[in-house]
Write a protein that binds this ligand. Structure first.
Ligand code: FE2
Length: 360
């Protein structure tokens, strides 16, 4: 299914066209706490068709939350899901769409996933995960992170409205931007990279670097371009998946509450340095370095480390060397398979040591 991506501030007009084209009668609006602060809220709420709202989920959504959403979708007899929010809202909406046609007497996660005709529309309100253009969703079941992956959960329509970024707190803007930055780099060096995915990565990274300053300054153009960059980074990882920096980041988030994008960005330079020392992928690494503004890979890695300092100067994170073994054991082997260098347990241990020393 080809996805339609629309960059517009006439969201109401476009939604009207989509509802008509898809013959939608009632929509389930999935949104998070930030929805109330959007300057576009009243405009979005004035939909031309009936809707029900679902917002009973946490930033790291639980399977049980999704089940509640599916129940509401059925009770309200909806035929479309509209996600307005960050990665979590979009992930919840994806699962509701996928599970809405499945057997509710069994655990959805254990059933075979099939395509259905529920229309899924996503309006991202952060520029980071690119979830509006991926076939992945993350939810937690019995305390464990579950990756839900299916082609049919790529939203059929993604609407990019830069006005949504204006009210996003600066810290969150920085963290989500770093997710997009890491996703474009990891996708570029992933073992699954294709010509197409590298084209997406290149465009994402170029756009991101060029607009970082204006985005941080909350300028209109900067926000609009960053939304495009994160969308392209999403398209890139939709092909390649992420690699070791993401795999190593998840426990930093769950253990210390470090926001996702920042946690990944803490891991990426150390991993790149290790890979660079093994002289793998010289051309790919030079291309990435060039896009970051450097002819030398070591300088590009140094730049990323200094960017971390620059962005979070007075805002340190707390980690604990005593947790090293917990961190090492947490790394998801599936994500590691996408990494261009096979990482041993010892390598992962020394990477974590390095990260803790550097950012503590
Ligand atoms: Fe990510």
């Amino acid at each position: 299914m080809a996805q339609q991506i629309i960059s517009t501030t006439d969201v109401k007009g476009y939604l009207g066209q989509i509802f008509e084209k898809e013959k939608i009668h009632k929509v389930l609006l999935v949104c998070d706490g930030a929805f109330d602060y959007l300057q576009t809220k009243d405009e979005y709420m004035a939909l031309d068709i009936p809707y029900a709202i679902f917002n009973e989920f946490t930033p790291n959504p639980l399977y049980e939350d999704v089940v509640k959403g599916v129940k509401l979708f059925r009770e309200e007899e909806c035929d479309a899901v509209l996600a307005i929010g960050g990665g979590s809202s979009i992930d919840v909406a994806k699962c509701i769409k996928l599970y809405s046609s499945m057997n509710d007497t069994k655990v959805y996660l254990e059933q075979e996933y099939k395509e259905n005709d529920v229309t899924l529309i996503a309006i991202p309100t952060t520029s980071g995960t690119g979830s509006e253009s991926t076939r992945y969703a993350v939810i937690y079941y019995e305390g464990k992170k579950q990756s839900v992956t299916h082609d049919s959960i790529v939203p059929k329509y993604a609407i990019l409205d830069y006005r949504n970024l204006v009210t996003l707190p600066l810290y969150q803007k920085k963290c989500t931007m770093l997710d997009a930055l890491c996703q474009s780099i990891e996708s570029w060096w992933s073992v699954n990279a294709t010509e197409k995915s590298r084209e997406y990565s290149r465009h994402a990274l170029n756009t991101l670097m060029f607009n970082m300053k204006d985005y941080i300054a909350n300028k209109e153009d900067g926000n609009a371009e960053m939304l495009e960059a994160s969308n392209y980074a999403g398209k890139a990882i939709n092909i390649t998946q992420t690699t070791a920096a993401h795999a190593m980041s998840y426990k930093l988030t769950s253990l210390y509450g470090i926001p996702h994008g920042r946690a990944v960005f803490m891991c990426l330079p150390s991993i790149w340095k290790l890979m660079e020392a093994r002289s793998i992928l010289p051309d790919v690494f030079s291309d990435i370095a060039y896009m970051l503004g450097y002819t030398c890979v070591a300088d590009a890695i140094g730049y990323l480390e200094s960017l971390n300092e620059q962005l979070f100067e007075n805002d340190k994170v707390t980690m604990n060397e005593g947790d090293i073994e917990i961190l090492v054991k947490s790394v998801n082997p599936t994500r590691l398979k996408n990494n261009p260098l096979e990482l041993t347990e010892d390598m992962i241990r020394s990477l974590y040591m390095d990260i803790i020393k550097k950012y503590q």
